[in-house]
Ligand binder design. Structure first.
Ligand code: C2E
Ligand code: MG
Ligand code: MG
Length: 633
């Protein structure tokens, strides 16, 4: 046969194989086996193998061997290995065969008639060529992209010179292996990319996109079959921000990863996809479960799993979650409505307090729609300075003398009437309105003070609540000093309350802001003490002079032993740190008596007065003065 005919025969055979649909769809190792077998048969060589460099490139390892003498192809192993007749892959080391490695890198194609004497391959003689009975060798390079990644090795047991068509065919086989490798590499990166776009890297769970697709697919199925149901549980981890701010983002990540793991391992009937859909949010899809049953035990199981202490950064944290549940087709028909409904129900649960679960209903639907409208209205109310401030007296331990009064924001909504902060602070937070809201309150307090001052009233210190957004704003002290100056008011007429959660942010900024406020003459109180994660170290190094015990501990006094113990320990801590203590939520004479007996310094609560509009407060507590004109502006 002429060379050209041989060329055509070989390449046609290769083309037929590589275009065969069966071959194209095969896994890589089967493709390599088919290629080496074809090469061995056509070129009548005893052994054809594919070798690869590992990343260290200090050796070359046999991936596939075709042996015409009866030994079948072995993927990843060369059972005929003369050196280690076991099933582990054969490797030839660069340190043992430096000439061969040099040649394969520089010459790329190595065609050897007598491998035992050729300087490039002679080092194989002792333990390889003789043992396998190889006489001639033809090695061609395999690439991945432009990088040499291996060789295809043809080994004949008799002396032979390699013809041009044979060389060309061996190169074509190696090129085909290169193509397969490149394709495989591409597929792997595509899979990795898919993974990144479909899965959350921290937890390995599906992400929001995957969840949406899954919900859409299942909702469509339910619609077509007119049977089946879905429940989506929206899980929002409470106060992850406090953990992130207090212990660092890595601690927050560990908590999320641990919760993800626990939810993954949770056995629940009908459990379908579990996704991480936001920083501190997960969603769990449950199929074909009756509406009532899905709330009761699924929610309990989830909360139970999350509630178990989590050890992070040397601390044991107790975390809770708020859950919202929505059902399809009972509550909604469209997949996106299922997601929105579960989210709205979760917000509702958060609103009720932490660690609650709520099932979607029509009232929630209305509230979800109106949440957005409310945020718009609140923004406008803040811009137009329409927010109001009520004041609640804080008394000394005799219960007779007002020592200060707390300014508490109120919103007189045009259609909803008076709204308390619990009803709109979350919306302000969500809409990044807290700083502006705080400024609005401060201005209002200054105006009230100035008006009372003009009327000759000597007001006690006014205690103003500051949000995290305010205490982390470096310009806050200057802003307050300017506002006070504008109203001819000393800064010492003010006191500030900061919640435990708000002092978890960047310590330097925080310390600087608080110290400047104190230097300007204001006192500082730590609010809602006992509910957050404040560390003692932080508390000690910030210039607080008061602690306000959260009213949730006061509520059950003196009957509840735990609350008594907590309150006593806060009182002891305050004494140790030289801080004054205010008890909030004093509602009954029994509360008062117990607190006074335990040495609490100041009292605040409905027993003395609810928060009052400014004119009413003046009327009630400054009645011996002529009542100035304090009608609301
Ligand atoms: P807080 O600073 O701990 O304020 C005390 C809350 O307890 C007030 O609720 C007050 O009305 C209520 N309270 C006082 N005595 C009693 C009592 O005897 N029984 C009961 N059940 N409640 C009592 P309010 O006004 O609804 O404020 C809630 C929270 O909203 C405040 O808690 C504070 O954290 C926040 N807040 C209020 N005004 C502002 C503000 O201007 N700026 C910021 N950043 N937060 C504010
Ligand atoms: Mg307060
Ligand atoms: Mg409080």
């Amino acid at each position: 046969m002429r060379d050209t005919d041989t060329f055509v025969t070989y390449h046609k055979a290769l083309m037929e194989l590589s275009h065969d649909t069966g071959f194209v769809g095969q896994r890589r190792h089967l493709k390599l086996e088919a290629l080496t077998a074809l090469c061995g048969r056509l070129l009548e060589v005893e052994r054809v193998s594919v070798w690869a460099f590992p990343p260290e490139r200090d050796r070359i390892t046999c991936e596939t061997l075709y042996d015409r003498r009866g030994l079948s192809n072995q993927h990843g192993t060369c059972t005929s290995s003369p050196r280690n007749g076991d099933l582990s892959p054969v490797s030839l080391f660069k340190s043992d065969h430096p000439n061969y490695f040099e040649a394969i890198v520089t010459e790329r194609v190595i065609a050897v008639n007598d491998a035992r004497t050729d300087p490039r391959t002679a080092s194989f003689k002792a333990d390889y060529l003789s043992a396998v009975g190889v006489h001639s060798m033809l090695d061609t390079p395999v690439f991945e992209g432009s990088r040499l990644s291996g060789v295809v090795c043809l080994e004949a047991c008799h002396p032979r010179t390699w013809s041009l068509p044979e060389l060309s065919f061996a190169v074509a086989i190696a090129d085909t292996v290169s193509l397969i490798n490149t394709h495989e590499g591409w597929m792997n990166s595509k899979r990795a990319l898919d993974y990144i776009t479909r899965y959350d890297t921290l937890t390995g769970l599906a992400n929001m996109d995957s969840l949406r697709d899954r919900v859409a697919h299942l909702a469509d199925k339910i619609k077509r079959r007119r049977s089946g149901s879905l429940a989506l549980i929206w899980i929002d981890v409470d106060r992850l921000k406090a953990i992130n701010d207090g212990l660092g983002p890595q601690a927050g990540d560990s908590v999320i990863a641990e919760i993800g793991n626990r939810l993954k391992n949770l056995r629940l009937e009908g459990k379908d996809v579990l996704a991480r859909i936001g920083g501190d949010e997960f969603a769990l899809l449950i199929r074909n479960r009756p509406r009532a049953a899905s709330l009761e035990d699924a929610a309990l199981h989830i909360q139970d799993a999350i509630r178990q202490p989590i050890r992070v950064a040397g601390q044991s944290l107790s975390v809770s979650a708020s859950l919202g549940i929505c059902h399809l087709p009972e509550d909604c028909e469209q997949p996106q409505e299922l997601l929105r409904g579960a989210e709205a129900a979760m917000y509702h649960a958060k609103h009720l307090g932490r660690a609650q679960a709520t099932v979607f209903d029509s009232a929630i639907q209305i509230s979800a729609q109106s949440r957005f409208a409310l945020e718009r209205e609140l923004r406008a109310a803040i811009n137009n300075r329409e927010l109001d401030v009520f004041y609640q007296p804080i008394l000394d331990r005799s219960g007779d003398r007002m020592v200060s009064m707390e300014a508490l924001v109120r919103w007189n909504h045009p259609s909803r009437g008076w709204l308390s902060p619990i009803e709109f602070l979350d919306i302000a937070r969500g809409g990044s309105l807290m700083y502006a809201l705080g400024e609005c309150v401060l201005r209002r307090v200054c105006e009230d003070w100035q008006q009372a001052d003009a009327a000759g009233l000597e007001l006690p210190v006014i205690s103003v609540n500051l949000s995290a957004e305010q205490v982390l704003a470096a310009e806050l002290p200057d802003r307050i000093i300017d506002l006070c100056a504008e109203h001819q008011m000393p800064v010492s007429a003010l006191q500030f309350e900061v919640t435990e959660d708000s002092i978890q942010g960047d310590f330097n900024t925080l310390a600087c802001v608080l110290e400047r406020l104190v230097a300007a003459g204001a006192e500082l109180a730590i609010d809602d003490f006992g509910t957050g994660y404040s560390s003692l170290a932080r508390l000690k190094s910030l210039p607080f002079s008061r602690i306000k015990i959260d009213r949730s501990f006061i509520n059950q006094l003196p009957g509840d032993e735990d609350d008594c113990a907590i309150t006593l320990s806060i009182l002891g801590l305050a004494r140790g740190l030289g801080l004054m203590v205010v008890a909030e939520g004093v509602e009954t004479p029994a509360h008062e008596q117990w607190l006074v007996e335990q040495g609490c310094d100041f009292l605040q609560g409905y027993l003395y007065s609810r928060p009052l509009p400014f004119p009413e407060l003046i009327d009630r507590f400054f009645h011996h003065h002529p009542v100035p004109d304090l009608s609301p502006k």
